[in-house]
Design a protein around this ligand. Structure first.
Ligand code: AMP
Length: 548
């Protein structure tokens, strides 16, 4: 090949993939499609994609008038709702960066994140006013705090906190604004990992990565959205952009339903029914609350067709309950903040759907198959690729156009030979279905052999008296570590330690059966709803196993 000859370029329009193009598309082609939100105040708000884009443009005008420059970070501390959606598009649309912050983190951690990101303004839901008052003292570089409210709903706050209402900010602007054509590689969103250990690290998405991820998320083998859907993201907009649904919905024209801060089973069920929700997505803990409520109230879904379950391992018993008792397709998926977040989903192809029901179930209990845009492999301790035989496990590595290359404000690259090590330990089978066996730091090493805490938990959760279960390593003189099971029981249900241990017989290898069971009222969770294993290990550091 002659290297001096320039490559023959395609003759197609070089239109950049920008976040604003998503809302512009929805406003123009699905202008009357609704966005419905339960507000913090408790009432319902409804409007259309057309109105949403206009207000997002008003916000862009307002921020430009405040001298916010492209590339500056604007923080949000808010639940899922229409103003948060406007903030997504009104900031990124003119080149600023929307920095979504998890209000469930410790205040010191939030302040650290705001300062690390160097946010110039922060928008917040009014029920977080007390938190914001505290933050304002620790974040002197924030020029202003914008309450998602009109003046009549402004929260009482310390006079020293520079405060404006969102509606007052928008009011002077008319929305006559053209989204600028940005470079698609410009930064769009910033999201910090939950960081149970060490400082949180920021994933800085580009416009291009967000749009490509929105395409990927919309595919039938992924969330599978269309303009006939009504989609309710329970997963928060501060957690990896609610898995991309606020971008995939306008791309496909799906109706959006936002639950605000009311995520209990009853509120979710009533909202799903009222808004004819067809598709909803969230972490297992949320579905646990919904399913408990439905069982107690004896109610059934009339419109819900499918739920996406991810963020932590979905117990097989939960898949069965959704499908066998309620006829709702439950789709297990895996991803991470560093991956925007979608990586794999457990959907079967036509050949797999012809296999015996038990085999289909086993496949669908796994974290699933990659979608186009993500490539994955498992590697051993020596860095070599491991076989896809469904048995050998190793660290999962990923790459693709919506996977980070570096963390925000960090010079060193986390990549190994161009792949991102995920910190998850997994197997991949001949079908290309990946199964997470653990976070590498949660694996239990007993007598030199690994035990998967997730599998031990899944057995316990299948017991009718168990609400939630966590399996952690406990120090052992002979075996170095042995599994300890920590369990919360369902309301009015009873099970003893011995009954639960007997329940393991024949379900896992004998040496995987926990050495002890401890019952607690409630298990600790991280700010993103995952089991807080670091805290559990601290709580039970002194626990003495009967066998030790
Ligand atoms: P985050 O960045 O907070 O979304 O956390 C990502 C991590 O959550 C992954 O690296 C996994 O350890 C875990 N995770 C996400 N989805 C699943 C799943 N379906 N099963 C098991 N672990 C999961």
């Amino acid at each position: 090949m002659n290297t001096t000859t320039p490559p023959l370029l395609g003759l197609m329009m070089d239109v950049p993939l920008t976040v604003s193009s998503l809302i512009a598309h929805a406003a123009r082609h699905f202008g009357d499609t609704e966005i419905v939100s339960r507000r913090i105040e408790g009432d319902m708000h409804r409007y259309t994609y057309r109105s949403c884009e206009k207000r997002a443009k008003q916000l862009a005008q307002a921020l430009i008038a405040l001298d916010v420059q492209p590339g500056e970070r604007i923080g949000t501390l808010a639940w899922n709702g229409y103003r948060h959606l406007e903030a997504y598009y009104g900031t990124t649309g003119f080149g600023a960066v929307c920095h979504t912050i998890n209000p469930r983190l410790f205040p010191e951690q939030i302040a650290w994140i705001i300062n690390d990101a160097d946010d110039s303004y922060v928008m917040f839901d009014t029920n977080l006013a007390r938190l914001v008052d505290g933050l304002a003292q620790c974040c002197p570089r924030v020029r202003g705090w914008i309450a998602f409210a009109d003046d009549s709903h402004l929260p009482a706050m310390q006079s020293s906190t520079p405060l404006t209402s969102y509606e007052t900010l928008l009011e002077p602007h008319d929305g006559a604004f053209d989204w600028p054509l940005l470079d698609e590689r410009q930064a769009s969103y910033l999201c910090y990992t939950s960081g149970t250990t060490g400082d949180p690290k920021g994933a800085l998405y580009s416009h291009r990565s967000i749009v490509l991820h929105a395409f990927g998320a919309s595919l039938p083998n992924a969330i599978g959205l269309s303009s006939r859907d009504s989609v309710l993201p329970v997963v928060p907009m501060f957690h990896v952009n609610a898995w991309g649904i606020p971008h995939a919905a306008p791309l496909t024209g799906a109706k959006l339903v936002f639950p605000g801060n009311r995520l209990d089973g009853k509120s979710l069920f009533e909202l799903m029914e009222a808004e004819r929700v067809t598709c909803s997505n969230g972490v297992p803990t949320v579905w646990l609350g919904l399913l408990d409520y439905m069982k107690e109230a004896g109610v059934r879904f009339s419109s819900l067709q499918r739920v996406g379950i991810g963020g932590s391992a979905c117990p097989p018993a939960m898949l069965r309950t959704f499908e066998d008792e309620y006829g709702v397709e439950a789709i297990h998926g895996w991803g991470m903040t560093e991956m925007s977040p979608i990586g794999t989903l457990a959907k079967l192809n036509s050949e797999q759907s012809q296999r015996p029901p038990e085999e289909q179930r086993r496949l669908r209990e796994k974290q699933g198959h990659v979608i186009y845009g993500v490539d994955m492999k498992i590697v051993g301790d020596d860095g070599r690729d491991l076989p896809w035989d469904g048995v050998t496990f190793g660290e999962l590595h990923v790459r693709g156009p919506w996977v980070i290359e570096r963390y925000f404000q960090k010079d060193d690259s986390p990549l190994v030979n161009g792949w991102l090590p995920t910190g998850d330990v997994a197997t991949i089978d001949q079908d290309g279905f990946m199964r997470i066996t653990d976070r590498s730091k949660d694996l239990i090493k007993s007598g030199g052999e690994w035990i998967s805490s997730i599998e031990v938990e899944n057995v316990a959760i299948a017991h009718p008296a168990v609400a939630e279960a966590a399996c952690i390593a406990c120090a052992h003189r002979k075996w170095s570590q042995r599994p300890l099971l920590v369990v919360s029981k369902r309301k009015n249900a009873e099970v003893t330690r011995d009954e639960l241990l007997a329940f393991y017989e024949g379900k896992v290898a004998k040496w995987w059966i926990p050495d002890d069971v401890v019952f607690v009222d409630e298990l600790p969770h991280t700010a993103t709803g995952k089991l807080h294993k670091v805290k559990l290990r601290e709580m039970f550091r002194e626990h003495v196993l009967p066998s030790a």
